[in-house]
Design a protein around this ligand. Structure first.
Ligand code: 2P0
Length: 336
């Protein structure tokens, strides 16, 4: 029996302040626009990978459920492992076990955390010695948003221009300690898996949305505003820009054929409430990804008030209060 080549990593989820929606290259996962995110402290994926002659095919277990050949989850993981094998000139098959400490596929960036952790774990297991820039490009091949989860704090994913994708990677803007009173309240409105996967949804938007070019133009301006807001720690500019960027993304989703609606009734309730709370003087903003969950962004000084307000909204099943968190890291604890 060959000695197993095993490694484990933890990577955190992230929430985009300027969002990624649409690809210029589907195979290489190259985006049409650059994006900026915050890596989240308390939402993570823990992944263990083991390459061994003992496996005659790849095995993928996520949250104690084994995915079979032919499922989307299995195929994406297998594709990623094949890419790694090519880089490492290895023929060994692998077993991958991953656990999220938050609802999977409910739109809380589980693929971002999962593929960032898998990239780091495979890099370690096969001794590839990739630096963080290369690791972010590798994670990108698993899932676009995973590119950003390699780094802590505030992160930019440059869209790049080259056809081979070698200039499309993440860069840290500021680390997790940079803005100590920055908070994100994750409001979970459903634990059900989302109906439309991001990958299919964004391809449909690019193919059919008549105002997609407007989104691309607007996202360039939003990117500048967000970068300025982070540099100056201008919370109002950051919140307004992130909220509007989120609404623009949902506008292009809704004007896709067939329309893509990720909101449920509580989503809309939370959005309208946040607007009301701002009128009452509580500065907070919302952001929503490809799911019905709402993230409320505020500063520590308003956390108690927002938390209290959230308690009175019936549609919120659970809240997680978090802040900017750490980048991907290798850990000794294996899951099997
Ligand atoms: C983002 N989302 O910037 C945007 C906002 C969802 C809405 O990145 O096809 O799972 O694997 O690259 O990364 C979700 O898309 O899609 C996403 P793929 P991914 O966070």
């Amino acid at each position: 029996m060959q000695k197993p080549i095993k490694a484990s990593a933890i990577a955190n989820a992230n929430i985009a302040l300027v969002k990624y929606w649409g690809k210029r290259d589907k195979k290489l996962i190259l985006p049409n626009n650059s994006s900026v995110s915050v890596t989240l402290k308390d939402l993570h994926a823990h992944t263990t990978v083991d390459f061994s002659k003992n496996y005659d095919r790849d095995i993928f277990i996520l949250n104690r459920r084994e995915f079979r050949v032919g499922t989307e989850e299995y195929e994406y993981t297998e594709l990623f492992l094949s890419l790694i094998r090519k880089i490492a000139k290895s023929k060994l098959r692998a077993k991958v076990v991953s656990n999220n400490n938050f609802p999977t596929a409910a739109g809380l960036a589980s693929s971002a955390a999962g593929f960032a952790a898998l990239a780091a774990a495979t890099n370690e297991a096969l001794g590839l010695d990739l630096n963080k820039k290369k690791l972010s490009m590798l994670a990108r091949r698993g899932s676009g948003s995973a590119t950003r989860s390699i780094y802590s704090g505030f992160v930019k994913w440059r869209k790049g221009k080259k056809e081979d994708g070698t200039d499309s990677y993440a860069k840290q803007i500021a680390d997790a300690k940079y803005w100590p009173d920055f908070r994100i309240i994750v409001c979970i409105t459903t634990k059900e898996e989302k109906k439309i996967k991001s990958r299919a949804g964004m391809a449909q938007t690019v193919a059919t949305c008549p105002v997609y070019n407007g989104w691309l133009r607007a996202s360039k301006d939003d990117l500048k505003s967000i970068e300025r807001a982070i540099a100056k720690k201008d919370f109002t500019l950051l919140g307004k820009t992130a909220e509007r960027n989120c609404l623009k993304m949902h506008a292009i989703m809704m004007t896709t054929t067939p329309p893509i609606f990720y909101f449920n009734k509580p989503t809309i309730d939370v959005m309208q409430s946040v607007l009301e709370w701002r009128k009452e003087g509580i500065e907070c903003y919302f952001s929503i990804d490809a799911s019905p969950q709402v993230k409320i962004i505020c500063l520590e000084e308003n956390i108690k008030k927002v938390k209290e307000k959230c308690k009175h909204l019936k549609g919120i099943k659970k809240i997680i209060i978090t802040k900017p968190g750490e980048g991907v890291r290798i850990i000794k604890k294996h899951l099997f």
